[in-house]
Ligand binder design. Structure first.
Ligand code: ZN
Length: 881
């Protein structure tokens, strides 16, 4: 594909397919370099399409071997075939069959889209446009067919043969060297949900009976020898299936559910019907090779892909503009599952951290786009935090707006009405509009308008009248292609915090819908609360009820009081984050104002000390979140313009050191109290204790490097799990010197032969905030643990470096040049991974002038490279625009 002619695809140009494919029989004979694919399509004209239209099938790097219409070879003049497509000029205007033979080379497929081999295992990735790399097809989500797939392979090479649906036949072929399996999926699906796997794999399995009584065999397939690490994924699968039955009333609908882990994968995982294919990073877990974070991600991603069976597969998207229909909703569902399995407030805090660092930063830069974009050149570039994370926030707001009961009725109606269809956002919202009796047309603006709204709030207390007036105003900054913004519907959960906790909310305002919820649906609003015996502290956006930036001018003292007294855990956490953010943005802007920092450090130190003393051990996972300051990148985004990353990092380091010093007397005792004599368990409570203990270790390493380093070494030596070892390594990377290098070496020895663990080792080094890191990263690229061909290795080392605020943004521009060179080199093999990496430049416009120019130069170099993929050129153009 050439960049120059990449057309802009627009939502408004959507029209139904001219043809439909009722049934689809695929016969695939697997071979490392010459895989033969025979497709039998049962076609018919679409009544909603254009009468007499030609049949235009999609292709990508395909070679046509044979073509027959109803069994008879087609005359060469009757069709046109190219690697990019196959057109039948004048097909019969009735139902007919077409047989297409193609041949593909899975071993040469380094793009990891379509059919490829990963460590000798045949596997597929077809979302979004991968199927057209296997066979010519109507590769669009609104063409849904019933698939029957016959797979054939050498038995020694691929003893396991899997596809979607249920296994209907399997046998050896004469001679005994080859065998086959036939899979049938009774549920019509689009091509992007097709999958196959062939290889030598171990598995763990378990029987499951759905609430409706269907017997299902669950299995998780992994590389030989790794079955001992598949148990957590299988356990998570069973739990999320039960949860979906209980909470959403959704049952599974096939006789088998297979999960397969592969080591080369562009994304996290893929929800192919009945055959989910995973990046092995999100399947494999045991205490020695997975952290608590890995356990939590595996649980969440297993659930996410499983939940797609209804929100994505049974009801799919009409076109890729509706991607958020399945992704936003399914992220919301997996977040709810994790909240129920773990701690809801801690999960919410973690999700909001992710939202702010990934989505708010996207919204603030040149790649900002609506949750439902209006146009794209390359859909792979729209699998973004905006579509996923902000998409999930919209569902959360919808639930708040119409209430739990109406939300549930709306979901039920959606499942009933849209089952078996390729739906749109309009179809989805219509169900909730009907269920709630509310007009949701204004709310729907969340799908169309990009940018993070700013909510400005101020309050006035009238002591004589015992009245509190709250002024609320919203605005959204311009984003590319949208200079004028309209007010959004913001559901604002709020409370008024007094000296003894929450005060009763009495108001006659129509914007107040009871239960502590105010709906702001215009530019501004004034709301008065009566009968208040004292001046309250407003607690706004409780549970982070809307994805907005809140500007509320409270003093440090008020925020620290809010931290102590607010009944909402999220806003308790937020209160201290706000104190730190204000000090860090002030100091990060102008290095001279360090004095403000020491005042804040003292206040924060005291508040944290009191908190840790009183109830730090009551909820260690929450305490760990409270102790963690906003990341330097978050501060940079708050500053927003002329950012000097070194100044931001310096302020952040100074505040962390000061807080560590203030807490130092208490740290060893607390760490001791959090130690566990019991054997490792991945449960949320144990993980929370480890999280707090390791947060304290990080503070000690900063505040008292010598003692901290000794503690890191001791923890590394005595740990019985990866979480504690990795935390020791990470804390140690902050303390330069020989001891650090020795620990880095010991870690590599201990985990040689464990690629997923070494990815973390690579990343820990890539994140070291020192000027020698770039050279270190270049050296590590020569390490046997690294390979530019494997996406996980690239994300670990190169992605880690690109996330290193001070070193990626080096003042000499070498960080930009390094990443730009790698993007160009990677693009030839794997455009998707390359374009993701190029996304690291998304915040370049907020930098101070010197770095801004250097970043622009590096981006320009990428953009001018001849022969770029559509993925990379699209990101380069939009980032520079
Ligand atoms: Zn998904």
């Amino acid at each position: 594909m050439r960049t120059e002619d990449a057309p802009l695809i627009r939502l408004e140009d959507y029209r139904p397919s001219d043809w439909l494919i009722d049934t689809f029989d695929l016969d695939i004979s697997l071979h490392p370099t010459k895989t033969r694919v025979r497709s039998l399509l049962a076609l018919q004209p679409n009544p909603a399409g254009r009468p007499g239209a030609p049949l235009v099938l999609d292709g990508d790097e395909l070679t046509l071997k044979a073509l027959a219409l109803e069994g008879a070879p087609l005359d060469a003049a009757a069709y046109a075939a190219s690697p990019q497509g196959l057109t039948i000029h004048a097909p019969p205007q009735r139902a007919f069959t077409l047989t297409i033979d193609t041949e593909i080379d899975p071993s040469a497929n380094t793009k990891l889209m379509g059919l490829y081999r990963s460590s000798g295992v045949y596997c597929t990735q077809c979302e979004a446009d991968g199927f057209r790399r296997i066979s010519y097809f109507l590769d669009r989500p609104d063409v849904m067919s019933v698939y029957t797939v016959r797979l054939e392979a050498e038995k020694a090479q691929a003893p396991v043969l899997l596809s979607n649906g249920n296994l209907v036949a399997a046998a050896e072929l004469p001679g005994g060297e080859r065998h086959f399996a036939v899979w049938h999926d009774p549920h019509p699906k689009p091509a992007y949900l097709f999958a196959l796997v062939g290889g030598a794999l171990d598995h763990v399995r378990q029987d499951y009976v759905t609430a409706e009584g269907r017997k299902v065999e669950l299995a998780v397939y992994v590389e030989p020898g790794k079955a001992g690490r598949a148990g957590w994924a299988l356990d998570s699968l069973e739990r999320c299936m039960r949860w979906d039955e209980r909470v959403f009333g959704r049952n599974y609908d096939l006789d088998v559910f297979n999960v397969v882990a592969v080591s080369d994968f562009n994304m996290g995982a893929m929800e192919n019907k009945g055959l989910n294919i995973f990046n092995d990073k999100y399947v494999l877990a045991d205490p020695q090779t997975a952290t608590d974070g890995d356990y939590a991600s595996i649980e969440a991603i297993i659930a996410h892909e499983y939940f797609h069976n209804w929100t994505g597969n049974r009801i799919t998207c009409r076109d890729w503009f509706q991607l958020c229909l399945k992704e936003g909703l399914t992220v919301f569902r997996d977040q709810e599952f994790s909240s129920d399995e773990r701690s809801r407030p801690v999960k919410r805090i973690a999700d909001v951290r992710t939202l702010r660092s990934t989505q708010f930063s996207e919204d603030a830069g040149p790649l900002a786009h609506p949750v439902r974009p209006r146009a794209y050149k390359e859909i792979n570039n729209f699998y973004t935090p905006t579509v996923y994370e902000k998409g999930a926030e919209i569902i959360r707001m919808l639930k708040a707006l119409i209430g739990d009961g109406a939300f549930k009725r709306g979901m039920d109606l959606y499942f009933e009405r849209c089952d078996g269809t390729a739906a749109t956002i309009e179809d989805f919202l219509a169900c909730f509009s009907e269920a709630s009796g509310r007009d949701l047309s204004h709310f729907a603006r969340w799908y169309e308008q990009a940018g993070t709204p700013t909510l400005v709030a101020s309050g006035q207390y009238d002591g004589a009248a015992k009245r509190y007036t709250l002024e609320l105003a919203q605005s959204t900054p311009p984003t590319p292609g949208q200079s004028e913004k309209e007010p959004m519907v913001l559901p604002i959960r709020l409370g008024l915090v007094g000296s003894q906790g929450d005060l009763p909310l009495k108001t006659g305002s129509r914007a107040y819908s009871g239960d502590g919820l105010v709906i702001l649906d215009r530019a501004s609003l004034s709301i008065t609360f009566e009968d208040l015996p004292e001046a309250p502290i407003p607690s706004l956006l409780r549970e982070f009820s809307a994805p907005a930036r809140l500007e509320l001018d409270l003093s440090d003292g008020e925020l620290i009081r809010q931290f102590a007294q607010d009944s909402d855990s999220f806003n308790r956490w937020q209160a201290l984050q706000s104190v730190a953010t204000r000090a860090l943005t002030t100091t990060g802007r102008a290095k001279a104002e360090r004095s403000a920092l020491s005042v804040t450090a003292r206040a924060l130190g005291e508040a944290l000390d009191t908190f840790l003393r009183r109830d730090g051990l009551a909820d260690p996972a929450f305490a760990a979140q409270v102790l963690r300051l906003p990341a330097p990148a978050d501060i940079a985004r708050e500053i927003g313009r002329d950012v000097d990353p070194d100044a931001v990092f310096g302020a952040h380091r100074a505040l962390s050191v000061a807080i560590g010093a203030a807490l130092l007397p208490r740290l060893p005792g607390l760490r001791e109290a959090l130690s566990s004599q019991r054997a490792f368990s991945p449960d949320a409570a144990s993980a929370g204790r480890r999280a707090l203990r390791n947060e304290l270790l990080g503070l000690m390493a900063l505040a008292a490097p010598a003692e901290g380093a000794a503690l890191c070494e001791a923890q590394f030596a005595s740990a019985d799990n990866l979480t504690d070892r990795l935390a020791a390594l990470a804390a140690m990377t902050l303390v330069p010197g020989e001891a650090r290098e020795a620990l880095i070496g010991r870690f590599a020895e201990l985990y040689s032969g464990e690629p997923l663990v070494l990815d973390k080792w690579l990343m820990a080094q890539a994140l070291i905030p020192e000027s020698g890191t770039l050279e270190r990263v270049k050296r590590l690229m020569q390490h046997p643990a690294f390979s530019l061909g494997n996406p996980n290795r690239v994300r670990g080392l190169i992605g880690g470096f690109a996330a290193n605020l001070t070193q990626f943004n080096r003042l000499d521009g070498a960080g930009y040049g390094f990443i730009a060179d790698i993007v160009v080199a990677l693009d030839r093999a794997n455009p998707q991974v390359a374009s993701r990496l190029l996304g690291s430049f998304k915040s370049w416009r907020m930098l101070e002038p010197v770095r801004r120019r250097l970043a622009q130069d590096a981006l320009g170099l990428v953009a001018r490279t001849p022969g770029l993929s559509r993925d990379v050129s699209d990101i380069a153009e939009r980032t520079l625009a």
